[in-house]
Design a protein around this ligand. Sequence first.
Ligand code: IPE
Ligand code: IPE
Ligand code: MG
Length: 228
Amino acid sequence: MNGIAVPTTVGLIMDGNGRWALQQNKSRLEGHTKGIVNMMAISAYAFDCGVKNMVCYGLSTENLKRPAEEVRHIYKLVIDAFEIFVSTFSEKKSCVKFIGDLGALPEEVRASMRRSEEALRPYEGTGKTLYVGIAYGSRHEIVEAVNAAVERGEKVTEESFLGSLSMPCEPELIIRTGGEMRLSNFLLYQSSYSELYFTPTLFPDFSNEDLDRAFAWYATRKRRFGLA
Ligand code: IPE
Ligand code: IPE
Ligand code: MG
């Protein structure tokens, strides 16, 4: 994206994998397979465009209640993606952080996430971070941060509280694919002044050009933060 102001922190609600698969006469599971491949491609492109923090919502705390076969398939995708994931983001010099109620996940999924985080740790501090929400729920994230502060006997401020969240940045832009106009428990504290971009495109079809379009829309927004 040449010549326009690209947001520093971008949230991406990757919705529509199931509907994409049904449209193609495939199983919902194939939609998720396509989705994770696209998550890597879109995030890599976002870093090329100048994004510093890319926050991808992959699986919500509520999604854990979906049929076991679907949830297991998503876990397997996370495990199997390890090598391509590490090579894609090493090339971009980006580190990765998995955010969510990780204790709710099977140990082998957690182990794979840890291995990815460790493999990409050399890129911490180089300014690019991919956050992946797995078993992520904003309410859970907030309650955890509140409880940690209570345990420390600490009063929080708006700034210190933001800093204590697992994703401690405020996205200038949140994109949701798949046509629904809601946040579905994503970054509720951090999104106070985010610009919200909704597109009917189903996530597996969401392309680099679609991301360019979202950035172009963002560049037209007048952000007022409550001021006159
Ligand atoms: C988003 O796609 C990915 C997850 C929530 C795991 P969906 O699976 O919600 O796809 P739709 O919304 O049913 O099409
Ligand atoms: C939001 O999508 C969660 C992710 C994309 C990971 P959902 O499909 O779960 O959201 P709802 O049910 O339409 O609100
Ligand atoms: Mg959905």
